[in-house]
Design a binder for this molecule. Structure first.
Ligand code: UDP
Ligand code: MG
Length: 313
């Protein structure tokens, strides 16, 4: 019988976990042909998430948990889950039931029977989300697909069922700055997509502020594209050409009509513009340098505070 590991990253999810567990039990009863391992990753929650998880783990043999020493972010939690999953198949699922468990039987069929290596999901609507967030998300995906060779699917979720082969490939990518939506595409293999309408959170609230999402988007761009670096070089080159033309113009004008003192305002504008462009380009360079610095330090992606005794290693 196949074993499916369900990885659930949890950060302050005490309110949604009971709902999640009920849905999980129901899912289990519809998928009797497989056995399950439920792996909770407590990502440094400040509420009672860990004690809720411990209660569940004490009463159910298949439930395991890992608890981080602080909040390391969802990406770190997902990686920890992959490293400790024992299943032949592994699936990520949010604790807030925004990843409908009802899709899992079809996803399992695609991977186990139809020869796919992963079954991924995407939301086709973003109802219930602040419009400004949807707007920037859409811009992000459009931009990313222009500037990166790795394909990113708009609305793609982390909810994905993967074969062991796919999981092992992901484990090879042990980088510190993780952007799973890109890593999934980067490893390749055959993926079947499942579309669904957005579901709102069952309880609690989203852990992503606009600012956190913006930084995550920068992570994604820096990790999967070097186009910003090329763009800043081209930008610099163009402004050099422009200023050469300007210098020539000034010299010729001086020779032909003399040089009455004029145009300081435009000079100041140009200095400001050039200064701005230079700072922008240095900033872009700095982003890449900073990420390289973080990678070079080879810090662990997460630190475990405690884990259930059922976890090996
Ligand atoms: N999450 C996490 N660490 C974080 C932020 C979120 O483990 O730093 C978990 C969270 O508990 C949830 C999942 O990641 O199970 C998705 O988070 P959320 O629902 O807040 O994101 P949204 O669905 O709004 O994008
Ligand atoms: Mg959510």
């Amino acid at each position: 019988m196949d074993l499916i590991t369900v990885i659930v990253p949890c950060f302050n999810e005490e309110a949604s976990l009971p709902y999640f567990f009920r849905a999980y039990e129901q899912l289990k009863s519809t998928m009797r042909m497989v056995s399950f391992e439920l792996l909770f990753i407590d990502d440094g929650s400040k509420d009672n998430t860990l004690s809720v998880i411990k209660d569940l783990a004490a009463n159910h043999e298949e439930i395991k948990y890992i608890s981080f020493s602080r909040n390391f972010g969802k990406e770190a939690a997902m990686y920890a889950g992959l490293q400790h999953a024992q299943g032949d198949y592994v699936v990520f699922m949010d604790a807030d039931l925004q990843d409908p468990p009802s899709l899992l039987p079809d996803m399992y069929k695609a991977v186990a029977e139809d020869g796919y290596d992963s079954a991924a999901t995407r939301r086709v609507t973003r109802a219930g989300e602040p419009p400004i967030r949807s707007f920037f998300a859409r811009i992000f995906y459009r931009l990313m697909n222009r500037i990166s060779h790795t394909e990113l699917v708009d609305g793609a979720r982390d909810y994905r069922l993967m074969s062991r082969k796919f999981v092992n490939a992901l484990l090879e990518l042990s980088e510190y700055n993780r952007f799973s939506k890109g890593l999934f595409g980067w490893v390749g293999f055959r993926t079947k997509w499942f579309a669904y309408e957005n579901v709102e959170r069952v309880a609690g609230e989203t852990k992503w502020s606009f600012w956190k999402l913006l930084l995550y988007a920068v992570d994604g761009i820096v990790a999967f594209s070097t186009v910003p670096l090329i763009a800043s070089t081209v930008f610099g080159l163009l402004s050099c050409l422009l200023s050469f033309a300007g210098i020539l113009f000034v010299i010729v004008r001086k020779l032909l009509v003399g040089d009455p003192i004029q145009g300081w305002a435009s000079t100041v504008c140009i200095i400001l513009l050039m200064g701005g462009i230079q700072l922008l380009c240095t900033g872009i360079l700095g982003q890449y340098l900073a990420k390289t610095y973080l990678e070079a330090k080879k810090r662990p992606i997460y630190i475990i505070n405690e884990q259930s005794s059922k976890i090996k290693g």
